[in-house]
Design a protein around this ligand. Structure first.
Ligand code: ADE
Length: 262
C-alpha cells in the first residue's frame, strides 16, 4: 500500500515511522509512505500556504492552490507507474465521518491513499467540495492539525495489512474486530497479589474456555459500550446470553459496577 501525506509538518511523521510495527512495515516494503510538504507547492517568495478568511473571522485557512497542485502531482506520479482509476483523497477534519475499525478495514483494501492534514482554522471550502473524496474525524474534539489523526488512521490501517503483524499478534480476536469488545486476558503468575486468574483459563478445557470468552465479550460490551451491541449481529447463543444478563442483573456483577453506569 502506498500512502501519500500532505502536511505542513512532515517532521511530525519521522519518529513514529522509525519504531516498532510502523518501521517493520516500511522496511519490509509492505507500506510506502510519501511525505509532501504543502509549502513545496507554493510559488511565492514566502511560501504562503494559508490566508485570512473572506468575510473576516478568527484564524487562517489553508489555501486551495498548493493542495490541489500537490494532489495533481501525486496523481500523475501514480498514473505514470500504474493505472488506478480512483485514488481516495481523504481530508482529516473534525467535520468528517467518525473513524472506526470498520473504516480502517475498508481503507486497508486500497492500494493507494492520499491523506490531507488540515491546519489552522481549517481549509478553503473548495478543497472540501472539489478535491477530496472522503473526510474523516478521529473524534469529537479539535486538534491543532490533521497530523495526529493521520498517524492514528495509518496505524489502524497498516496493522491490518497481511504480513504486518506476526500470526501471534493476529488482529482477528481483538476489540472491535467483530464490533464488540475483547474478552479479558491474563498471563503468569496465576495469582498476583490476592488476585487469581479465572480458574477456567487454567483448566485446559478448550471448549469451556471458548464459552467463557464468548460470555465475557457480551458481558463486557454490555457493561462498557452497550451501544455496540445494537450495531452487531449476534449469534443465537449470544442473544440468549444478552437477554439473560439484561433480565437478571444479579448474574452480572459487571453490570452493577457503579463506576461504569455513571
Ligand atoms: N483535525 C483537527 N481535529 C481533528 C479531528 N478530531 N479529527 C480529524 N482531523 C482533525
Amino acid at each position: 500500500m502506498r500512502i501519500d501525506i500532505l502536511t505542513l509538518f512532515p517532521q511530525m511523521f519521522e519518529v513514529p515511522f522509525s519504531f516498532g510495527i510502523f518501521k517493520r512495515a516500511v522496511d519490509q516494503k509492505l507500506i510506502d509512505i510519501s511525505l509532501h510538504n504543502i509549502r513545496d507547492y507554493t510559488h511565492d517568495k514566502h511560501h504562503t500556504a494559508d490566508d485570512y478568511p473572506y468575510g473576516g473571522g478568527p484564524g487562517m485557512l489553508l489555501k486551495p492552490e498548493p493542495i490541489f497542485e500537490a494532489v495533481e502531482s501525486i496523481k500523475s506520479a501514480i498514473h505514470a507507474k500504474e493505472k488506478i482509476s480512483a485514488l481516495p483523497i481523504i481530508l482529516l477534519t473534525p467535520q468528517g465521518r467518525p473513524f472506526s475499525q470498520q473504516i480502517a478495514q475498508e481503507l486497508s483494501g486500497h492500494t493507494h491513499l492520499a491523506l490531507i492534514c488540515g491546519h489552522y482554522e481549517g481549509v478553503d471550502e473548495r478543497i472540501h467540495e472539489h478535491l477530496v473524496t472522503d473526510k474523516i474525524s478521529i473524534g469529537d474534539y479539535v486538534l491543532t492539525g490533521g497530523e495526529l489523526p493521520a498517524l492514528v488512521i495509518i496505524n489502524a490501517i497498516i496493522r491490518l495489512l497481511p504480513g504486518v503483524l506476526g500470526s501471534e499478534e493476529s488482529p482477528l480476536n481483538e476489540s472491535h474486530a467483530n464490533g464488540l469488545l475483547e474478552y479479558p486476558q491474563y498471563t503468569r503468575p496465576a495469582v498476583f497479589q490476592d488476585w487469581p486468574v479465572p480458574e477456567v483459563l487454567l483448566s485446559g478445557n478448550h471448549a469451556q474456555i471458548a464459552k467463557w470468552r464468548r460470555e465475557q465479550i457480551i458481558r463486557r460490551t454490555l457493561e462498557r459500550r452497550p451501544e455496540l451491541l445494537a450495531k452487531t449481529t449476534l449469534s443465537i447463543e449470544e442473544k440468549r446470553l444478552l437477554e439473560h444478563l439484561i433480565s437478571s442483573p444479579k448474574e452480572s456483577p459487571l453490570i452493577l459496577n457503579k463506576e461504569f453506569r455513571k
